[in-house]
Design a binder for this molecule. Structure first.
Ligand SMILES: C[S@@+](CC[C@H](N)C(=O)[O-])C[C@H]1O[C@@H](n2cnc3c(N)ncnc32)[C@H](O)[C@@H]1O
Length: 302
């Protein structure tokens, strides 16, 4: 083939690659334009003081036409919510979501039916607002997907393609309050987040305790002594434990450090607020450097 012909063939190949690239780019744009623009947001606003909210959460609030939240969140974020349509009063709607009230015992049935009514009312309000092209934002404490009471909405409004804006969790604020790496312990490297032993759940606290890894318990008004007794089944009595109260609130945050065998004598459960967590595990006393006394006794640190 002459050099002119080779050059001509190369030019055609280059042209073909350029056309193909442009076509692919156009397809990508068309795809996103055809994609579903989100008008429904589930937003985490962080724990503790208002300055633990994220910039993305604030931006999402600014775009909102209708906001659902608790009275507490409304008070805390009054600065950002001023002038917005804010609806409070829908809370704990997750209970019995997906359950058929007919299958429940009579005592529970009535409550399940009441909640279902309230939930349907909420769902209708959200859908109506979305049909009116409004941007709807549901605000939740901490991170909405860690023991969040609104996560059921992601299933309910699946067709609306809701977007989740992550939040700083009480777990993060609690870690900071303690001031230790929760994944740094002498024999373990994992953290288990757990809560009270609800009926029907197989990952009970005593089973999880068998690993002796770091465990963080979201308490949600459950019985303090029950938690400690369950932990004691597998963690040795001298295992360090920390109670973290009101993490993320400057001036109010409190950490009580003890051991599993002593903590019940040191804490009055009735005095604990809703916002407290239990941390357990060797990470609470773990040190990367060996104690000075050992080094002096002739052992070499490594
Ligand atoms: C329903 S859960 C919500 C957790 C939230 N989604 C999060 O990511 O932080 C509520 C529980 O979280 C824990 N909690 C929430 N805020 C807290 C805080 N500031 N300090 C300590 N614990 C907190 C408590 O155990 C409380 O009972």
């Amino acid at each position: 083939m002459s050099s002119r012909k080779r050059w001509e063939a190369l030019r055609w190949k280059l042209q073909f690659v350029r056309v193909l690239g442009t076509a692919l780019l156009l397809c990508a744009f068309a795809g996103s334009a055809l994609g579903h623009p989100t008008r429904l947001f589930l937003v985490g606003v962080g724990p503790g003081d208002p300055d633990l909210i994220t910039l993305r959460a604030i931006e999402t609030i600014k775009r909102a036409d209708l906001i659902f939240c608790t009275d507490g969140i409304q008070d805390k974020f009054g600065e950002y919510l001023a002038g917005k349509e804010v609806v409070t009063g829908y809370w704990r709607l997750f209970e019995y979501y997906g359950a058929d009230p007919e299958t429940l015992p009579p005592g529970e049935r009535q409550r399940a039916e009441e909640l279902a009514k309230k939930r349907d009312e909420f769902i209708a309000r959200v859908r109506q607002a979305i049909e009116q092209d409004k941007t709807v934002v549901i605000l939740d404490n901490g991170d909405p997907l860690i023991y969040g009471p609104w996560s059921w909405c992601l299933e309910e409004f699946e067709d609306l393609h809701p977007t989740v804006v992550p939040g700083v969790s009480a777990f993060n604020a609690g870690n900071a309050a303690i001031g230790r790496g929760v994944t740094n312990a002498s024999e373990t490297k994992s953290v288990i987040l757990s809560a009270n032993d609800w009926p029907g759940k197989t990952d009970t606290i005593d089973k999880l305790a068998q690993l002796r890894a770091t465990m963080v318990l979201f308490t949600m008004r459950a019985d303090f002594n029950f938690f400690i007794e369950k932990l004691k089944t597998h963690y040795p009595p001298e295992t360090p434990v920390a109670i973290v109260i009101q993490a993320g609130y400057k001036g109010k945050e409190q950490v009580i450090q003890s051991t599993l065998e002593k903590i019940q004598a040191e804490v009055v459960p009735e005095q604990l607020p809703f916002e407290y967590m239990i941390y357990v595990g060797d990470f609470l006393t773990f040190r990367h450097k060996r104690p000075a006394a050992r080094a002096l006794s002739g052992e070499h640190a490594h």
